[in-house]
Design a protein around this ligand. Structure first.
Ligand SMILES: NC(=O)c1ccc[n+]([C@@H]2O[C@H](COP(=O)([O-])OP(=O)(O)OC[C@H]3O[C@@H](n4cnc5c(N)ncnc54)[C@H](OP(=O)(O)O)[C@@H]3O)[C@@H](O)[C@H]2O)c1
Length: 213
């Protein structure tokens, strides 16, 4: 499959790119601008400029020929205005552009509790509300969708073991394990038109996804 990864220079995005390349996909590593190309060099992917604050037309061009778009981008600044710009409005622009570019599937890395966003401090609340809105636009789009609501992300080594369900208690999960789940979604039909929470748990990734009802 031809897969475009948004936020490919990010900590989770880079791991998603790495895994998809290893699985034999043709991967386009979406970066905000040419200066960020270095961040994805050596991953085996083709860099493509895909800035979520660009126009919808520019993103349509960036997505042309892609079967799948995976959005792992998030606001670089810990500021509610930046979150609204990237995680809400930028994600929605990406979804609309994917529809116009005849992309088949869109996988969104969201956050646990985006489906119950009235909690946490001002920044957390802004992130959860932004993701609730963009997740809901994705669900109502014409795209085949998957929303991966990850618990608190860590840079710890992969465990290869996760819990996946419609709703989980709060938890933590290494970015590497989230990347493995996102990559596995592309070949697991149970993840089509589904949203789910994920954190570290007892099951290997494939088994956890296969157990989705
Ligand atoms: N932190 C948590 O505990 C947690 C929990 C659940 C979900 N999440 C979500 O998981 C996702 C990944 O998190 P992370 O910590 O791995 O991310 P990260 O390392 O902060 O990387 C974020 C990525 O988004 C890119 N980005 C920023 N603005 C952009 C724009 N205008 N257009 C396109 N890309 C843009 C960044 O590009 P540059 O490299 O150019 O800055 C970077 O590649 C985020 O959406 C985050 O909200 C986080």
């Amino acid at each position: 499959m031809v897969v475009t990864v948004l936020g490919a220079s990010g900590r989770t995005g880079r791991q998603v790119v790495r895994l998809l390349v290893r699985q034999g996909h043709s991967v386009r590593a979406g970066v905000r601008n040419g200066r960020r190309g270095d961040a994805v060099a050596g991953l085996g992917a083709t860099p493509v400029i895909a800035d979520l604050t660009a126009t919808q037309d520019e993103l349509v061009d960036a997505f042309a020929g892609s079967d799948v778009v995976i959005n792992t981008a998030g606001a670089a600044d810990p500021d509610p205005a930046a979150v609204a710009l990237i995680d809400r409005d930028g994600a929605i622009t990406g979804i609309r552009a994917a529809e116009r570019a005849a992309v088949r599937r869109f996988v969104q890395l969201s956050a646990q509790f985006a489906d119950a966003p009235d909690q946490g401090d001002r920044l957390v609340r802004s992130i959860l509300y932004a993701k609730q809105i963009s997740d809901s636009v994705l669900r109502r789009s014409s795209l085949m969708w998957t929303v991966v609501r990850a618990a608190t992300l860590t840079d710890e080594p992969a465990t290869g073991r996760v819990s996946i369900a419609s709703h989980l208690d709060a938890g933590r999960v290494p970015r590497l394990d989230v990347a493995a789940v996102i990559a596995a979604c592309l070949t697991e039909p149970r993840t089509e038109n589904r949203g789910f929470d994920i954190h570290t748990g007892p099951l290997p990734v494939a088994a956890a996804l296969a157990a989705l009802d």
